[in-house]
Write a protein that binds this ligand. Structure first.
Ligand code: FE
Ligand code: FE
Length: 196
């Protein structure tokens, strides 16, 4: 087979891939909303579900802007990330840990999308598809904002609550603390002797 595929073909391929990825996400998010305990996290997932529906419509506009048929092609990468998320949801985690794990899964999704849209914007710009580039950039911005929101939720309390549930007395797990303590003690004794 002669190789005649161009960057335009690769661009269409990636568009179909991400179009399918977004559809997979609209199916996964309702399950994540149900699995979440924190109302803030549920709210973040719900609003991103709405946003994702808008991103699908935006992708349809992108296809139209370059006069291509709207079509998806199974995105194996997203399928894998979502599968891993599903396994995490099947774990018997306490509520706080489940929320932390849901954020971890969701951030993998957002980063995958950021990579995909980053490439799509760059390729659209390189080929002079400026309408497509603008639409794709709008979605890229939303994915970045979502990722930041998830970081803020994790670091703004969810990780702390999960850690507190793991270590209720606020104490770190102690792995043979005695020898280390003895070593320090003997070292300081040596030092004080030396000083004298
Ligand atoms: Fe998206
Ligand atoms: Fe997203």
């Amino acid at each position: 087979m002669a190789s005649s595929g161009t960057l335009h073909d690769a661009f269409i391929d990636e568009l179909r891939d991400v179009y399918n990825a977004e559809q997979q996400i609209t199916k996964a998010l309702p399950k994540m909303i149900k699995a979440a305990s924190s109302p803030h996290l549920q709210q973040a997932f719900s609003s991103h579900l709405e946003q994702t529906r808008g991103q699908i419509a935006r992708l349809e506009e992108v296809f139209e802007s370059i006069e291509e048929k709207v079509r998806g092609k199974k995105c194996d990468g997203m399928a894998g990330i979502i599968d891993e998320g599903k396994s995490a949801m099947q774990e018997d985690f306490d509520d706080e840990t489940m929320d932390a794990a849901l954020i971890a899964s969701a951030q993998r999704v957002e980063h995958y999308e950021m990579a995909a849209y980053g490439t799509l914007v760059a390729w659209a710009e390189a080929m002079g598809h400026s309408d497509a580039a603008e639409l794709l950039q709008a979605t890229l911005d939303e994915e970045k904002e979502t990722d930041e929101k998830l970081t803020a939720l994790a670091q703004g309390g969810i990780n702390r609550s999960a850690a507190d549930a793991a270590h209720p007395d606020g104490q770190e797990e102690e792995d043979e603390p005695a020898p280390a303590a003895r070593k320090t003690a003997s070292r300081s004794k040596t030092k004080s002797k030396a000083r004298r």
